[in-house]
Design a protein around this ligand. Structure first.
Ligand code: GTP
Length: 378
């Protein structure tokens, strides 16, 4: 079986970190998010995967190459013909979820069903079981469904007879038809591709699924277990936390590849520590922290519920909570970074600075003064 992974979105909600890398290579316990998905697809017998790329396509191709876990990797780039691109000169040039799947058509089999996935989902879903439901019910399109508490963030469905999706409502502000959300994991028959216009922007969720639902050709398959849509910063931190905890239960030991940890430093479960990380005495790391390779942590530093990208330095007695810090940033001494902050690559924050909650700092900025307004972008 083949799979298409939607990998070309702009990841606007994770800016500024997604300005310099595609969302799908954001690390989860120090591995690219997409690597975890590819490994799971391979476990479920997928032989070839097509990455539907657009934004920073070259970076993805450089990281994943032409094979992974024994699977062939192909790349399908969003291409909008010039005339249309000119007509839409003010909007970003991308094909949307439907258009990008259509673009991959010539790399898919015309007789076999295929899996299609939103690439920004962290899950341990049983792909084989979804395919089995699809085949058993001779469905045209099958959508994995996940129960959620906050329907306004997702595409929500109404199920008839426990299996056919009769209504599809994208991000309802009120009156959601159920608490079953589109989990961004699909199985399609090749005929579905005929419903999608070629070389045009098209949303599979808004334009194709409602049509299939009306014809009773859309089947739902409920999944349980790990499932996080890595869209917003808090979800990214949550995904990292859930993955760290799952791995720590499975392996029963911390994920540590570094050896530069002083004896009086304390690691609180669950943590992932990359290669060549240095942690000075008295530091408390965790719970729910990933330190990328070559990160340096000073004496007495406290970090919890955070993700620190490679080569960043966090100096003595600083406190970092619920934050993502990009690559090669330098955090001074006694700095306090509160929940929800996103710090861009190569940022320098001077000693004794405090950042309010949800502050976003663009790459390569230098911060000399406290930032007191929560949510501000520098
Ligand atoms: P935001 O800008 O923050 O909404 O992020 P996004 O557009 O990257 O993510 P969204 O949740 O909207 O998209 C779901 C998945 O589809 C992600 O894995 C995206 O990379 C991918 N995707 C979204 N739009 C496109 C597109 O136009 N082309 C391609 N190739 N992939 C897309």
């Amino acid at each position: 079986m083949k799979a298409v992974i939607l990998a070309g979105g702009f990841g606007t909600r994770l800016r500024p970190l997604s300005c310099t890398r595609p969302k799908l290579i954001f690390p989860i316990a120090n591995r690219p998010l997409l690597d975890l998905t590819l490994s799971r697809l391979a476990e479920h017998g997928v032989k070839e995967t097509i990455l539907a790329v657009n934004f920073m396509a070259d970076t993805l191709e450089h990281v994943f190459g032409s094979s992974r876990f024994g699977m062939k990797i192909h790349y399908s780039k969003d291409i909008i013909p010039n005339t249309q691109a000119q007509a839409k000169a003010c909007s970003p040039k991308s094909l949307g979820t439907g258009g990008a799947i259509k673009q991959a058509e010539n790399l898919l089999d015309d007789k076999e069903p295929f899996l299609a996935l939103n690439g920004d989902i962290l899950t341990n879903a049983n792909y084989s079981a979804i395919v089995e439901t699809h085949r058993k019910l001779e469905s045209l399109a099958t959508i994995a469904l996940r129960r959620v508490n906050n329907p306004s963030r997702y595409g929500m469905v109404r199920l008839q007879d426990g299996r056919y999706i009769s209504e599809f409502v994208e991000k309802p502000s009120s009156g959601a038809p159920s608490n079953l959300a589109n989990a961004g994991i699909y199985v399609f028959e090749p005929q579905v591709l005929k419903l999608i216009p070629k070389s045009q922007s098209c949303s599979i969720e808004r334009e194709i699924f409602p049509k299939l639902a009306r014809k009773r050709r859309l089947v739902g398959h409920e999944i349980r277990g790990l499932w996080v849509d890595v869209g917003k910063p808090s979800d990214y931190i949550k995904a990292n936390k859930l993955w760290l905890n799952t791995q720590s239960r499975v392996h029963q030991k911390p994920m540590i590849t570094g050896t530069g940890i002083e004896v009086s430093a304390k690691l609180k479960k669950a943590v992932a520590i990359g290669e060549d990380v240095k942690i000075k005495g008295g530091a408390i790391i965790g719970p729910n922290v990933s330190l990328g390779k070559k990160v340096c942590v000073g004496s007495g530093v406290k970090i919890r519920d955070s993700i620190i990208f490679p080569r960043t330095i966090i100096s003595d007695y600083s406190i970092v909570e619920g934050t993502v810090i990009g690559e090669a940033a330098v955090i001074g001494k006694r700095v306090r970074i509160r929940e929800g902050c996103l710090i861009g690559d190569n940022t320098i924050i001077h000693d004794n600075i405090t950042l309010a909650k949800d502050v976003k700092i663009c790459p390569s900025k230098e911060i000399f003064d406290n930032i007191v307004d929560s949510g501000c972008v520098i």
